[in-house]
Ligand binder design. Sequence first.
Ligand code: ADP
Length: 189
Amino acid sequence: MLNIVIFGAPGSGKGTQSERIVAKYGINHISTGDVLRAEIKAGTELGVTAKGYIDQGQLLPDELIIDILANTLDSFKESKGVIFDGFPRTIAQAEALKKMLAERGQEVSIMLDLDVPEDELMTRLIKRGLESGRADDNEETIKKRLVVYHSQTAPLIEWYKNDGKYQHIHGSGTMEGIFAEIAEAIDKI
Ligand code: ADP
C-alpha cells in the first residue's frame, strides 16, 4: 500500500502533482477541497456549511472533515493506496489519519512537503482565481488562508518529521521538474 500525504500551502501545486502521482502509481486520490466544492455545487447541507468556512478562508471543524475522509476512504475497494490532498491540515487531523489507517493495518508511507516561496503562492492563486473563478482565490481570502496555513497547518511539518515520514520537495520550477523530484522520493520508499 502506498499512502501519500501531499502537503503544502494554498497554491503550492498539490492538486496538479496529485494528478501526476495518480497517473504514474495507480492509487486513489482524496482531495478534501474537491469533495467540499462538489457538495457546494450540489447544494447539500454540508455544502452550505462548507461554503461559510471556505469563503472566510477558515478551516472546517476537524470532526466534520474527519468524517468525510473516513467515508471516502471506505468507498475505495481493492485500492493500491491513496494520495491525501488537502488533508490533514491540523495536528488533530494527522492523529485521526494515523488512527484510521492503523485500524486498517496501514500507515502513511511518506509526507511530501511542496515548499514554495510566499510571493509565488500569492501570484499563482490570484492567477488561478482569474482563470477558474474559484471564489476563495481573491487577495483578501488568500491572505487569510495563508495565515491559517502558518498557524494551524505548518506545525504538521514538525509532526511528520517526528513520525519519520517527512520529505521536503522544491515546489517551484517546472511541473515536470517538481514531479521528477517527487517520483524519486516515492521510488525510494
Ligand atoms: P487550497 O489548498 O488551495 O487552500 P483546497 O481546495 O485544498 O485549497 O481547500 C479549500 C478550502 O476547503 C480550505 O481553505 C478550507 O476552508 C477547506 N478545507 C479543505 N480541506 C480541509 C481540511 N482538511 N480541514 C479543514 N478544512 C478544509
